[in-house]
Structures are given as structure tokens and as C-alpha cells.
Write a protein that binds this ligand. Structure first.
Ligand SMILES: Cc1cc2nc3c(=O)[nH]c(=O)nc-3n(C[C@H](O)[C@H](O)[C@H](O)COP(=O)(O)OP(=O)(O)OC[C@H]3O[C@@H](n4cnc5c(N)ncnc54)[C@H](O)[C@@H]3O)c2cc1C
Length: 403
């Protein structure tokens, strides 16, 4: 295993810890793969959430796994309709138990915020402490005899395949590329993703304040903006609050980890939703890259001639899907003809973004427009017509992104 940083130095070690299902993604899944394929995929993600739980208990990895479900809390009238549509889609797909409608009172009973309207509850949702999970994985992989070279950047893959680094090369029968948004710099897969940043802030522990707002059940919560805000509690009584801002860039660089404006945007979202926490300090903030795909969903597969495999395009939702990716990639790399390698998200027709510089320019413009559109909608204002047009552009171009 060759890792340019330390294991978990990428988003797997510093995400929001939402191990969540795909029942909220049915709309896109059905468009891409039909109802049967969509439900199959969503059921595999459910198995992966259980798989993470089993892994943690079998290997004594205390990654704070807690299964408490996922609340989608509408903060604007259009978002209430989106919740209704998600509930309807699950029922239509024959999975009515997976997504339930919540009234405004039911949402606020579970977590009281003046911003919340009605919502939806997805039972498929668990929280983890991502760094403990990533470091636990590293320990187990080492115990199984795998050699890990941290601080080792792969500069290219030659035929063979041979992974070339500055200090040496490794040749193997098969190679797996699991490089998230860094894929934007790789010629054969770069156009499958665009790199956007996401940032999180973390409060001091304040368990008594969680009691006060009734958020003691451990549910994951997000709003329904396109520039999603996602938030959760931690075992030690904090709130971790992410999203609402960030930006796109052609390559992963400093803007993905040192963007004060994005930290401020996450903090503003937190203060807006939780005014009763106004006295509780925010003590940390961090960010990382997300690999946005044209479909909002990841794809797994094999590149010609058949010995390099990849998983990418999680679009900020990769904790449970990367577990599924691991199961799929293991079968692809060991040439096992399992049900998993026949899932419709394995080797789907490639969906590509335009070549550079259009890809990153377009991604940056759309990201800004989406944030402006979301903010106007949230304030009950009419979105600027230009921002609205740009925010809707991806859908007009056939991508499953944007409002
Ligand atoms: C702030 C933030 C919050 C998020 N919150 C959530 C969440 O709550 N729930 C959720 O489901 N998803 C979330 N995500 C997304 C999720 O973290 C990712 O989708 C998931 O971790 C992807 O896993 P991965 O293994 O593909 O990528 P990574 O964890 O990024 O691993 C890829 C690794 O490849 C290494 N690498 C890259 N290029 C090279 C190279 N050339 N040579 C060697 N090594 C290389 C990187 O250093 C990195 O460690 C979040 C992301 C961010 C940034």
C-alpha cells in the first residue's frame, strides 16, 4: 500500500463520520440504473454500514460506531417538498421502511433548532469517529502482513502495472487506485471527477446543551441545500458541523485545507442553526477535498487492459460507499466473479466532465452559484437570476448535480 501522507491523512480520517445509506439517493440511482439496480445498490450500502460495525467489534477498533439514523431537516419550503419526494421514492421502490416523513414537531423533538421545518428520517445511518476508524484499519491491515509505505507518492502507473514513486517502484499483478479527488491529476480518470472542498467546525464539549435542545439520540442531521450542511454529535458531547461553503479548484492544494472563508461559512451555519449554543466556543476547524462525479454517485471499475481498478466519485458521501468499494475492488483484483462485480455501479458507462480548463472553471462557477442560490433560498429571497441559471446549468447539461 502506497500512501503519500499517513493512512487517514486524506478525508477518510477527517470526514464528518456519517456512515449513511443510499435511500436518499434513489432519484439519481433509479435514473442511472432503474429501480432494481438502485435498490440492489442501496441494500449493499446497508450491508456495508453493518460491515463497518462488525469490523470494529471483531477487531476491537473503538471508532465510536453508533447507529441512530439520519434526519433530513428542511430549512426552506422547497426542501420540504424534496423530503416528501424522498419518502415517496422509497415507497415506490418497495422500501417504505427505509425513509419516513417527519413533521416539524417530530424534527424539533429530536433536535430543536428554530431553522428546522418538516423533514425525513432514514434509518440507515450511523456515526463513526473517522480518524479512529482509519487508524484501526491501518492496524488490522498491518497485522495481516501488508506492507504500508506512508509518505510515498505514486507519480505514475506504468504497464505491468508498476507504481512508480520517487524512491522506487512496485510491480504487481493488479493495482487499485483509491485516490479520491487527487484523481483530477491522473490522465486516464481525471475527467471523471471535479475537486470541491468541504470544511467542518467542532465545538467544545457541552453535553448539557445537547440535553437542552433534545439532541441526545445521536442522529446524523443535514439540511437539503446543494451546498449541504451536515452535523452530528460526538461521544464527548460536542457538535461537529460541516459544509455550507467551500470551493472548487483544478488540483488538490492548500485551498482544500487552509481556507478561512470556508471555515467561517461552516461556523456561520452552526451559529444560525444553534443560537442556544452561542456561548459555546468553536475550538477546531478543518477541511479536505471531495471528488464530485457527474452523477453525484461513485463508480467502481477496471481500466483497460484489465489490471488497474478504481473507485471514485463519492461526492462527499464515501464512508459507507468506500466500504462497498473495498468489497467490489477485492473481487475485481482477485478476479472473483461475484454478484458484487455485476452491480450496475461497477463499470458503468463512463460519465465525464469537460476537459481542462473548462472542467475546473465550470466547477468553480457552479459551486459559487450554488452557494449564492442556496443562501438566497434560505433567506426567503429570490435568487439572483444569473446565479440561478449557473446553478441549474449542470442539470441542463445532463449531469445529476445542482438544484
Ligand atoms: C470535510 C469532509 C467531510 C466529509 N464528511 C463525510 C461524511 O460525513 N460522510 C461521508 O460518507 N463522506 C464524507 N466525506 C467524504 C469521504 O470522506 C470520502 O468520500 C471518503 O473518505 C473517500 O475515501 P477514499 O479512500 O476514496 O479517499 P481518501 O480517504 O482521501 O484516501 C485517498 C488517499 O490517497 C492518497 N493519495 C492520493 N494521491 C496519491 C498518490 N499519487 N500517491 C499516494 N497516495 C495518494 C491520499 O493522501 C489519501 O490518503 C467528507 C469529506 C470531507 C473532505
Amino acid at each position: 500500500m502506497l500512501e503519500q501522507d499517513i493512512c487517514g491523512g486524506g478525508p477518510s480520517g477527517r470526514n464528518g463520520g456519517f456512515a449513511s445509506g443510499w435511500w436518499d439517493e434513489l432519484d439519481g440511482l433509479v435514473k442511472l440504473y432503474g429501480t432494481e439496480g438502485a435498490v440492489k445498490g442501496a441494500r449493499e450500502i446497508s450491508k456495508s454500514i453493518s460491515g463497518i460495525e462488525e469490523f470494529c467489534s471483531r477487531h476491537r477498533v473503538d471508532a465510536w460506531f453508533r447507529r441512530a439514523g439520519y434526519i433530513f431537516a428542511a430549512t426552506g419550503p422547497r426542501h420540504e417538498l424534496v423530503c416528501e419526494e424522498m419518502v415517496h421514492a422509497a415507497t415506490q421502490a418497495g422500501a417504505p421502511d427505509e425513509m419516513q416523513a417527519l413533521t416539524r414537531e417530530q424534527v424539533r423533538e429530536r433536535c430543536s433548532s428554530p431553522a428546522f421545518r418538516s423533514g425525513a428520517f432514514m434509518r440507515d445511518g450511523a456515526s463513526v469517529q473517522p480518524a479512529f476508524l482509519a487508524r484501526g484499519l491501518r492496524r488490522v491491515v498491518l497485522e495481516r502482513g501488508v506492507t504500508i509505505h506512508e509518505g510515498t507518492t505514486v507519480t505514475r502507473l506504468d504497464g505491468g502495472p508498476t507504481a512508480v514513486t520517487e524512491s522506487g517502484s512496485v510491480r504487481a499483478k493488479h493495482a487499485v487506485l483509491a485516490i479520491n479527488a487527487w484523481a483530477t491529476a491522473w490522465p486516464r480518470i481525471g475527467r471523471r471527477v471535479a475537486a470541491w472542498s468541504s470544511y467542518i467546525v467542532l465545538t467544545e464539549p457541552a453535553p448539557e446543551k445537547l440535553e437542552e435542545i433534545g439532541w441526545t439520540g445521536g442522529e446524523l442531521i443535514s439540511d437539503l441545500r446543494q451546498s449541504l450542511r451536515y452535523f452530528r454529535t460526538t461521544r464527548d458531547g460536542r457538535i461537529a458541523f460541516g459544509g455550507g461553503g467551500g470551493r472548487a479548484a483544478p488540483r488538490v492544494g492548500d485551498t482544500f485545507t487552509h481556507d478561512r472563508q470556508a471555515v467561517r461559512q461552516a461556523a456561520e451555519g452552526f451559529r444560525l442553526f444553534f443560537p442556544r449554543w452561542s456561548e459555546v466556543p468553536i475550538v477546531d476547524g478543518w477541511g479536505g477535498p471531495i471528488d464530485v462525479s457527474p452523477t453525484h454517485l461513485p463508480a467502481f471499475g477496471t481500466l483497460p487492459p484489465g489490471n488497474v481498478h478504481f473507485a471514485l466519485g463519492y461526492t462527499g458521501n464515501g464512508v459507507a460507499p468506500s466500504h462497498l468499494a473495498g468489497r467490489v475492488l477485492a473481487d475485481l483484483a482477485s478476479e472473483t466473479d461475484s454478484d458484487l462485480v455485476h452491480l450496475p455501479m461497477v463499470n458503468p458507462k463512463p460519465r465525464l466532465f469537460p476537459p481542462e480548463p473548462l472542467r475546473s472553471m465550470g466547477a468553480a462557477a457552479v459551486r459559487r452559484a450554488i452557494i449564492s442560490f442556496d443562501t438566497a433560498e434560505e433567506r426567503g429571497e429570490h435568487p439572483n437570476p444569473l446565479a440561478s441559471a449557473v446553478a441549474h446549468m449542470p442539470r441542463w447539461l445532463g449531469y445529476l448535480l445542482g438544484p
